[in-house]
Design a binder for this molecule. Structure first.
Ligand SMILES: Cc1cc2nc3c(=O)[nH]c(=O)nc-3n(C[C@H](O)[C@H](O)[C@H](O)COP(=O)(O)OP(=O)(O)OC[C@H]3O[C@@H](n4cnc5c(N)ncnc54)[C@H](O)[C@@H]3O)c2cc1C
Length: 493
């Protein structure tokens, strides 16, 4: 018997059918969306605008997921995503950003070896607080580029994948002239630290085969000056959203989908779209009935997830130089650190310390106060006269049960088709979320596109079942958003 029917049958038998279901007494096609991040909201928006009845279930008491704009400093500070990667009209988020009139502060142009920053936008310090000469920063940056270029030869020479750290080791064995010593070695470690931040894992976990294979959108990288959550609010307008609804079980198949939440309430619809983070899927926090097939389970375990955390410090006055990034170099990439200077982009006296990979997980072992103290020690190395922060915020993306990591990455030796398998629908169950994005995992625009794609596939499936395919509507957004013709507003002071 179909698992859905079996579940319904069991509920009828124990007499709890009527009380347990929030049944949709409507002739409209119905879809339940699990997760209220950008991906779930993009899916909800599309289906709502296509006249579907949509219910979005979100476990937290807020929307946005890994987009979290905090206002407790009195102005927006993004504790999750903060950059638009690809400041160009091809970015699927560009129409919404334009229509909302949001400003972007561009921190790098195309092809920066630091991904989201230009080489010259940094001021680096050594562990004793001495500023690293800018000439050295630039020279080592160019050497780092050469080393990375040489890793392409290592890739060509080896059929099996290896970590980028291993490949860098092989390059330095073959080209001892590229080896660095003393302060230059520490600056090189700092570049590796920045690379680790992009993937949110340490260099021994970054895949040599795929690290540079992403088709990065053009236009460089821009900070969302007014905060990312304006996009969330715009997408959420008029959607039936149920906060504090943690989904524990999803029954799917060929007829109805049934979604159960903590506390025993159930929701039934024609289909469901799951957009919870890959970390949540990995931890089996949601039970599926029937069980997910082996190939789907394997895709979940074959996709990696890393962590990144931020400690945002608000000061009463600015005591640091007017550069975009302040960094500390150290003998290992683990011990290197850096601060994003929000003052440069927003005018607010805020520094955001960013930690990635194993260090991000280790930081979560500390209390908020200890994290802030640790970060202040780093800052005081650079600026002995640094004042104490007025307020601070600390993220915990790695251990928060609603995220369990920051975003997906390719593991070393990644099987070819993991993302296709993760995204493949199962009957009336569809998968969205950043990890499903074929080309842009780990990004807001990738998550958005994955949500749109899941909604389009879901819409086709449901209308096909109802014999109403003529009603298929592929418009990804409300027409007033799509038609907004303002240019992207980009600045760099
Ligand atoms: C620190 C950090 C920095 C980042 N920086 C950038 C950046 O600068 N630029 C960029 O493009 N990307 C960045 N990213 C990545 C980007 O934030 C994500 O790729 C994107 O926001 C993911 O969206 P999503 O909808 O797929 O997932 P999420 O936003 O995580 O949404 C999933 C939702 O599901 C909910 N949920 C979980 N479990 C359940 C359950 N059982 N039942 C119901 N709901 C549940 C969660 O609460 C969450 O709201 C960053 C991420 C982090 C953590």
């Amino acid at each position: 018997m179909d698992a859905n029917i079996l579940s319904l049958h069991n509920l009828l038998l124990d007499g709890s059918f009527a009380s347990k279901f929030e049944s949709e007494n409507s002739s409209l096609p119905t879809v339940i969306i699990v997760g209220g991040g950008i991906s779930g909201l993009a899916a909800a928006r599309l289906l709502h605008d296509a006249s579907f009845k949509v219910i979005l279930l979100e476990s937290r008491d807020r929307l946005g997921g890994r987009i979290h704009t905090d206002y407790s400093f009195g102005y927006p500070v993004d504790m999750g995503a903060s950059w638009l990667h690809g400041v160009c009209n091809e970015n699927p988020l560009a129409p919404i950003i334009r229509s909302l009139g949001l400003t972007l502060y561009r921190t790098s142009g195309d092809d920066s070896v630091l991904y989201d920053h230009d080489l010259e936008s940094y001021t680096l310090f050594d562990m004793d607080g001495h500023q690293v000469p800018q000439r050295l920063v630039k020279e080592v940056g160019d050497i780092f580029k050469k080393i990375l270029k040489e890793t392409e030869r290592v890739r060509d020479a080896h059929a099996d994948d290896m970590s980028i750290l291993q490949a860098i080791g092989l390059v330095l064995d073959k080209h001892p002239e590229l080896r660095q010593e003393g302060l230059a070695y520490e600056v090189l470690q700092w570049y590796i630290c920045r690379m680790e931040a992009w993937f949110a894992v340490d260099a021994d976990m970054i895949s040599l085969k795929t690290w540079d294979q992403e088709h990065v959108l053009s236009g460089g990288h821009g900070l969302m000056v007014q905060g990312y959550d304006h996009i969330i609010k715009a997408l959420a307008k008029d959607i039936d959203i149920r906060l504090n609804h943690r989904v524990t079980k999803i029954c799917y198949g060929s007829n109805k989908a049934m979604v159960m939440v903590e506390g025993g309430r159930n929701f039934v619809a024609d289909a469901a779209i799951v957009t919870v983070p890959i970390g949540v899927l990995k931890a089996n926090l949601i039970q599926f009935e029937p069980k997910l097939p082996k190939w789907k389970v394997a895709s979940i375990s074959d996709i990696g997830v890393g962590s990144e955390n931020k400690v945002a410090l608000q000061f009463d006055k600015v005591f640091w130089p007017n550069v975009e990034f302040l960094g500390i170099v150290a003998p290992t990439s683990y011990a290197c650190g850096y601060f994003l200077n929000l003052h440069k982009a927003t005018g607010h006296p805020v520094l955001v310390y960013m930690a990635a990979g194993r260090f991000a997980y280790d930081l979560e072992k500390l209390s908020d106060e200890s994290s802030a103290n640790f970060v202040m020690l780093q800052l005081k190395k650079m600026f002995p006269d640094a004042t104490e922060p007025v307020r601070y915020l600390v993220s915990r993306w790695g251990t928060d049960p609603n995220s369990l990591g920051c975003y997906a990455h390719d593991v070393v030796g990644k099987p070819e088709d993991v993302y296709e398998r993760l995204g493949a629908p199962l009957g009336n169950l569809f998968f969205g979320g950043e990890a499903v994005s074929m080309e842009h995992q780990g990004s807001v625009h990738g998550a958005y596109s994955a949500g749109v794609m899941a909604a389009v596939n879901c819409q086709r499936h449901v209308l096909g079942k109802l014999g109403r395919l003529d009603k298929l509507q592929l418009l990804p957004l409300r027409s007033e958003i799509v038609e907004a013709a303002f240019p992207l507003q980009i600045s760099r002071m």
